[in-house]
Design a protein around this ligand. Structure first.
Ligand code: NAD
Length: 486
């Protein structure tokens, strides 16, 4: 009999690994081969996780913030202690380079626990006097109960821990469902839970498809809150499905993020950063730049220099440290991203590099992997689907603009509103433009610089609610106003 060499994941419920009778295949994107079997959980598994979380809630929620913080810090230590193991696994599961996983995903996952372990110690609540009524009013905040957390495949452990950490720091217990396409590091983290002193049932992880396990979690009447990061299309289902229960929702969704490059920008710095903001993690970051609007007087120079820099952005085997990008998450996703390039071409656009032009140099073993080079396109109409839809791959479009008003109008001319970057040395202009942009985040002369204390989230179709130090605390707690007359 053939030996089963697949990694077989199990759900983590009530502090124990629980096997699931059915599985989904998960692929190594760099080879196109199945390497892992993910539980195909449904209502039954989700319900037993919710019951375990409910049982754990009374004990966990009465611990002091300091006691909870100690557990979070220990988990951060353990993740850091296994950094290389986690980085290798994240790369194999997701397709990203080991370097990116080692320097971004895993350190940030550990830091998420450390950050919320610290920030939960420093929140205060409001108090107001009404002396004329002999009254004192104040607010208290209480954890909500069992939090349902659903995360995507692009930054698997990073985004999952960005939800688990604030949820449990605030005293909730959780049932989390990672993406079925990138579940391995979440499963590995379960092994560290006991060592970290996370009591049984405080964190439960149920693996499986969005349409089964995710749907069961969103539709579970005893889960009053859902924190979701993923696509705008899925958010619509979640909103509808949870509406009968009046659930508290946080939705972090897609983006179609513009960069506005004014003629007075520091061009070298702008190009170096904008190549990174367009292509990092194969362009599979919700914050990646996908529309670059350049002031007409410098458009030709910018395009030439930008294409030259993009050609140097290397795509190939994820474990090779010379590569900036690895493989895209799945065959279907690669085809979808390619179809946008084909659409642009059919509409008369120019493809300068990447798809169809420079083919990644791959060894035989990786020939069926889902690779695509950094692609720069110009000459696409603003109304094209290429400029309107989220592509979520290594594709960016460059287009000219005339004047501040047109730049802002073009930037705002999509249904999304997650992030924008503005490149100019004129402080007044930067402030004016930043105020007018309909995005939750504006980076000026930089990209992806984050202070986790401050709100993160999108406007319009990019989301509902904000995450961050105080915002996550507010989301994962209910506030109550108490009035005392004496
Ligand atoms: P997705 O919406 O397909 O899936 C996200 C998660 O939702 C997965 O765990 C999936 O299994 C689950 N899901 C799918 N259908 C469901 C349903 N009916 N009910 C409940 N759960 C369901 O998104 P994806 O393809 O995994 O991720 C890419 C998307 O995520 C992009 O649009 C990207 O912009 C977005 N994203 C946003 C942010 C942000 O912070 N704004 C961060 C990362 C990714």
């Amino acid at each position: 009999m053939e030996k089963n060499t697949f990694l077989v994941l199990e759900n983590f419920i009530g502090g124990k690994f629980v096997p699931c009778p059915a599985h989904i295949d998960s692929y190594d994107p760099s080879t196109g081969e199945v390497y892992c079997k993910v539980p195909d959980s449904g209502e039954e598994e989700v319900d037993s996780a919710v019951q375990a979380a409910k049982e754990a809630f009374p004990g966990w929620s009465v611990r002091s913030p300091d006691q909870r913080a100690q557990v979070l810090n220990k988990l951060a230590d353990l993740i850091e202690g296994h950094l290389e193991e986690f980085a290798q696994a994240e790369s194999r599961d997701q397709g990203k380079t080991v370097t990116f996983a080692r320097t971004v995903d895993i350190p940030r996952s550990a830091y998420n626990f450390r950050f919320f372990a610290s920030s939960v110690l420093h929140h205060t609540t409001d108090c107001s006097q009404m002396d004329h009524m002999d009254c004192l009013n104040y607010t208290v905040r209480c954890p909500v109960g069992v939090a349902g957390l659903i995360s995507p495949w692009n930054l698997p452990l990073y985004l999952l821990t960005w939800k688990i950490a604030p949820a449990i720091a605030a005293g909730n217990t959780v049932v989390a469902k990672p993406s079925e396409m990138s579940s391995v590091t979440a499963w590995m983290m379960c092994k560290l839970m006991q060592q970290a002193g996370v009591p049984s049932g405080v964190v439960n992880i149920v693996f499986g498809l969005g349409s089964r396990a995710g749907d069961a979690l969103v539709g579970h009447p005893e889960v009053p809150l859902i924190s979701f990061t993923g696509s705008t299309a899925t958010a619509r289902h979640i909103t509808e499905r949870s509406a009968p229960y009046c659930k508290k929702l946080s939705l972090e969704l897609g983006g179609k993020n513009p960069a506005l490059v004014f003629a007075d920008a520091d061009l070298d710095r702008c190009i170096e950063t904008t190549v990174r903001s367009s292509f990092s993690n194969q362009g599979e970051i919700c914050l990646c730049t996908s529309r670059i609007y350049v002031e007409r007087s410098i458009y030709a120079t910018f395009l030439e220099k930008f294409v030259a820099a993009a050609r140097k952005w290397k795509t190939g085997v994820p474990s090779d440290p010379v590569n900036n990008n690895g493989a895209l998450i799945s065959k279907e996703h690669l085809e979808k991203v390619r179809s946008f390039v084909a659409l642009a071409k059919s509409e008369g656009a120019t493809v300068h590099c990447g798809e169809g032009i420079n083919h990644p140099d791959l060894p035989n073993r990786n020939i069926n992997g889902y690779f695509m080079g950094a692609t720069v396109i110009s000459g696409v109409a603003d109304s094209s689907r290429v400029m309107q839809d989220e592509i979520f791959g290594p594709v960016t479009c460059v287009s000219p603009f005339d004047g501040e008003d047109e730049a802002v109008a073009k930037a705002n001319g999509v249904r999304y509103g997650l992030a924008a970057t503005v490149w100019s040395r004129d402080v007044g202009k930067v402030h004016r433009v930043a105020r007018r942009l309909q995005t939750g985040l504006v980076w000026t002369n930089c990209w992806l610089v984050r202070d986790l204390n401050l709100p993160f989230g999108g406007m319009k179709n990019s989301g509902v609610g904000r995450e961050g130090g105080r915002d996550s605390y507010h989301f994962f707690t209910e506030v109550k106003t108490i009035t005392i007359q004496h």
